[in-house]
Design a protein around this ligand. Structure first.
Ligand SMILES: Cc1cc2nc3c(=O)[nH]c(=O)nc-3n(C[C@H](O)[C@H](O)[C@H](O)COP(=O)(O)OP(=O)(O)OC[C@H]3O[C@@H](n4cnc5c(N)ncnc54)[C@H](O)[C@@H]3O)c2cc1C
Ligand SMILES: O=P(O)(O)OC[C@H](O)CO
Length: 581
């Protein structure tokens, strides 16, 4: 089912002329999850995003599906309880993106440590218990265990041995955040959702009874403005949630978010070799814990957690972020001696943390209990819970949370929406269990994901693709790889691209509403973040192929080329590096 610039035009016409049951503002993981569940319940649903789907926080995470073991320290047990169980569900519905990846948690005798050898074992036992990893659980092989100092250094020799006491090892999952978004959006679209990217909500509309009945949007591709009408509107705009609520001038009272920035840096695995994901205290008594994660032949590490008041669409990596992370990493891996010149890629994201309890008569149902902190708390002490509220004029806002509990957050919202339809619109919808709805590309046996993905990759080689291309396409697109192999039988490779890369690009343009080279190279694939070494040779082929496909004129092609060059330069920290010369 095509999901492209052509369907975008068709669906914009339908959004203009057909009244929706539900409009979702914001196509990050939260909005995508709501759109999928609403469409599965046969609600006539629209999903809009002012950027690419996943262009906000949901493509800037640590790329884990995890329960947040450190949140047990701040007694955010509800968040952990919700998310730790969700990991296996997301692995089931999105098996090509979410795979078990046990974490090492080294324990150091240092000021402000989050865990001790005793408390990490208690936390891991609770974590496993909450996830049901006990008894005859199919995941029992991943049950947690402790390692003494010697075993820890044997497993991870580059770790600093000074003050090291040992480590805990427990199950968490790796994930591809931006593809989790787009596969949810594609599934929602397959179920009937009118999903359009680069459409910005610029005003909230009301009926004569001062109830929200739609939005005014600006098409960021064409400049056109028009109205979209819906019985119910839900705001799932993440860090922008307060800005959308502010558009609702009649009822807006005050902000509820405390946005904080988190940064990740990427180096080649040869510069920092970790055997598996590792998670340790920053050693700076700021309550932070830092991940170092091997991925695609690279190692990435993060994150910072600092209050952010800049442009949510363009959080940048500053020298202070680099210094903070390199200082910690070089202390924990003393043989690495990393400098800014080793950094091949980077990204910054904005956490949509909920800080202020809802006030006045806004109905609040905590979708995953956001325990409220106050602005004097350190950013890392602020709850990672979510909140679901309805303003007096009916605007629903679902904000906060983690990527890992997106499905639960959407469940909570759907129950509220279902009740609202029944009470106020005399419409009855039957909600579906999204734990049984595979996202696009997940149509294979999740319980044998590794073997299934190897089989899909083997099919690619049989279809004439290079083995590396086939493996990458299988891991990125899952069961959709077979469509890419079909494309590969009928096309010529673009100059600078292999037949597999060309076919994958053609698939993404036709089936994933991939509208710009940055959409493709940053979010649909690994090129900018984890394949910096081959990026310069593929980017021209991608631009040329997209320019031919979309019929860009010289000015448009230049615009997208410049946008891509800026994105790559920023990811490579070229600005910061040049200042140091
Ligand atoms: C550094 C960092 C690391 C993290 N690591 C993890 C992790 O490993 N695992 C995990 O579970 N969670 C993690 N999180 C949390 C997780 O990433 C977020 O909770 C989640 O991505 C938020 O998704 P969202 O859909 O609510 O927001 P977003 O992804 O930001 O989506 C909101 C969307 O709304 C759109 N929008 C805004 N205004 C408008 C408008 N006016 N009109 C139309 N569209 C609009 C934006 O373009 C955006 O795409 C991390 C977060 C950060 C910052
Ligand atoms: O810093 P936290 O606790 O928000 O966690 C972000 C991590 O990098 C992964 O969720």
């Amino acid at each position: 089912m095509a999901f492209s610039i052509e369907t975008r035009k068709e669906e914009i016409e339908r959004l203009k002329n057909e009244k929706l049951d539900l409009l979702v503002i914001g196509g990050g993981i939260t909005g995508a999850g709501v759109a999928l569940q609403a469409s599965a319940a046969k609600m006539k649903t629209g999903l809009i995003d002012m950027q690419d789907f996943g262009g906000g926080t949901s493509s800037r995470s640590t790329r884990l599906v995890h329960g947040g073991i450190r949140y047990l320290k701040t007694f955010d047990v509800q968040v952990v309880s919700d998310t730790v169980k969700e990991r296996a569900v997301i692995q089931h519905i999105a098996p090509h993106m979410t795979q078990p990846d046990p974490m090492i948690l080294p324990i150091y005798d240092e000021p402000g440590t989050t865990f001790t050898m005793f408390s990490v074992k208690v936390a891991m036992d609770l974590y496993d218990h909450l996830a049901g990893i006990e008894g005859d659980s199919p995941l029992i092989k991943y049950a947690n265990y402790m390692m003494d100092k010697e075993e820890t250094l044997k497993r991870e020799p580059q770790l600093n041995s000074e003050n090291l006491q040992g480590a805990g090892v427990y199950l968490d999952y790796q994930n591809n955040d931006s593809r989790l978004v787009v596969e949810n959006v594609k599934k929602a679209h397959e179920l009937g959702c009118l999903a359009v990217s680069r459409l910005k909500c610029i005003a909230i509309l009301h009926n004569d009874q001062k109830q929200v009945n739609g939005v005014r949007v600006h098409d960021n591709l064409t400049g056109e403005e028009f109205e979209i009408h819906a019985d119910i509107v839900i705001n799932t705009s993440g860090p922008w949630s307060d800005l959308i609520r502010q558009e609702d001038k009649e009822v807006y009272k005050k902000p509820r978010l405390r946005p904080t920035k988190g940064v990740h840096l990427v180096v080649d695995q040869s510069r920092l070799t970790v055997p598996q994901p590792t998670y340790f205290g920053s050693g700076t008594a700021d309550g932070r814990m830092i991940f170092t994660i091997p991925r695609e032949g690279k190692t990435y590490f993060g994150t910072t957690d600092t209050d952010f008041t800049g442009d949510y669409a363009h959080p940048t990596v500053e020298q202070s972020d680099v210094d903070y992370l390199l200082n910690i990493i070089n202390k924990k891996y003393p043989a690495a001696h990393l400098t800014i010149n080793d950094i091949e890629a980077s990204w910054a994201g904005v956490r949509p943390l909920i800080e202020v309890e809802v006030e006045g008569n806004e109905a609040a149902d905590a979708a995953t209990g956001a325990s409220v902190s106050d602005s004097t708390s350190a950013p890392s002490a602020v709850s990672r819970g979510s909140s679901l509220t309805e303003a007096e004029d009916g605007l629903i806002t679902l904000a906060g949370g983690k990527l890992t509990d997106y499905r639960i957050m959407a469940n909570g919202a759907m129950k509220k929406i279902q009740q609202k339809f029944h009470d106020e619109f005399s419409k009855n919808f039957t909600l579906q269990d999204s734990a049984e709805i595979k996202v696009a590309g997940g149509d294979f046996d999740s319980d044998n994901a590794e073997a299934e993905l190897a089989r899909i990759a083997k099919d690619g080689v049989a279809a004439g693709l290079a083995a590396d291309d086939a493996k990458e396409i299988a891991n990125l697109f899952g069961s959709q790889a077979e469509q890419i192999y079909d494309y590969a039988q009928t096309i010529k490779p673009e100059k600078g691209l292999s037949i597999g890369e060309t076919a994958a690009l053609d698939y993404s343009l036709a089936e994933e509403m991939t509208l710009t080279p940055v959409d493709y190279l940053l979010r649909r694939t690994y090129h900018i973040l984890f394949k910096s070494d081959t990026l310069d040779q593929v980017k021209n082929g991608v631009i040329k192929h997209m320019s031919d496909y979309y019929g860009w004129d010289k000015a448009q092609r230049e615009q997208y080329e410049n946008e891509l060059e800026d994105e790559i330069a920023e990811s490579r920290l070229e600005g910061l590096k040049s200042k140091r010369k």
